[in-house]
Design a protein around this ligand. Structure first.
Ligand SMILES: [Zn+2]
Length: 287
């Protein structure tokens, strides 16, 4: 993938080196000790008030130590930023030309270790995800190594594909598809809801393909082998592979991504057509 020297996005929020620390509640070890003593004495009101205090405490970012990214991490951060910019340019055009609407870009949060989102805590182990509530994509760059080592899906474009997939969830959010999905939660059976989730994920793969189609036509950034990298990543991070190779590895949208073959098929369809209107995975009879 040719990305060096290209402009990055302004919508990257770099939280690397920040850890989330509870502040505001003012809970010291003293308060905890008092609560424990009170509890031992049979007075659980103190515990109750401590719990309330803890619940009211808020998380705030604190920089604990100077964050020193390695050269490789800096390069990766720059690449992710360039890819994000590329998604902004493409979706702005596709929204205007194919849907006659405005595209509002997502924010991409880079974090290291852990951070917070409106959808709960973000951890490196959870893998990249998109939070519809705050319209942000969360990525710990160590996922790149994980792609390479654990999922055997190395390469710049494999990582670019991951960014494109999460931004595709943002596109679905803007189009109201996420809200429609949410409305079904609890109203349909668990099986039916899982089926819907798979269709949502496959559509995100399709949209990633649509993005790659337009991005390549505009800037010719794809190189020989890139599509294979993306296909490989799509296949490697299909549910069946993930569950087989790393039991216990959970991504927030977990167990609902469809099989490797399904993911590849929809990605290819997006890539070949570049037409957002051909990605109705919800009505498709065969996935
Ligand atoms: Zn997804």
């Amino acid at each position: 993938m040719r990305w060096e020297g290209r402009e990055g996005s302004r919508n990257v929020e770099d939280r690397r080196g920040q850890t989330m620390k509870r502040v505001g509640g003012g809970i010291g070890i003293g308060a905890i000790l008092i609560a424990i003593v009170a509890m031992l004495l049979g007075d659980d009101r103190a515990l109750g008030s401590l719990m309330t205090e803890m619940a009211q405490g808020q998380s705030a970012p604190t920089t604990t130590q100077e964050y020193q990214p390695t050269g490789q991490e800096q390069e990766l951060a720059q690449m992710v930023s360039v890819v994000l910019k590329e998604t902004e340019d493409v979706w702005r055009d596709v929204f205007r030309d194919q849907l006659n609407r405005n595209y509002e870009p997502a924010v991409l949060v880079l974090f290291s270790g852990s951070s917070t989102s409106a959808c709960g805590s973000a951890k490196a182990a959870t893998g990249p995800f998109y939070c519809p509530a705050d319209r942000k994509v969360y990525i710990d760059l160590s996922f790149y190594d994980e792609l390479r080592r654990k999922f055997k899906a190395p390469g710049d474009f494999a990582m670019a594909y991951v960014v494109a997939h999460e931004v595709a969830h943002h596109v679905q959010n803007l189009l109201g598809i996420t809200t429609q999905m949410d409305a079904q939660r609890g109203r349909v059976s668990k099986e039916a809801y899982n089926d819907l989730s798979v269709r949502l994920e496959l559509q995100a793969d399709f949209l990633s393909g649509v993005w790659a189609n337009h991005a390549h036509r505009k800037t010719g950034f794809l190189e020989r082998g890139d599509i294979e990298e993306a296909m490989n990543a799509a296949s490697a991070i299909g549910d069946d592979r993930i569950q087989m190779e790393s039991r216990g590895y959970v991504i927030p949208e977990s167990f609902t991504h469809g099989t490797s073959a399904q993911r590849q098929r929809w990605l290819r369809k997006g890539l070949e057509t570049g037409d957002i209107n051909q990605g109705d995975t919800f009505s498709a009879r065969t996935l």
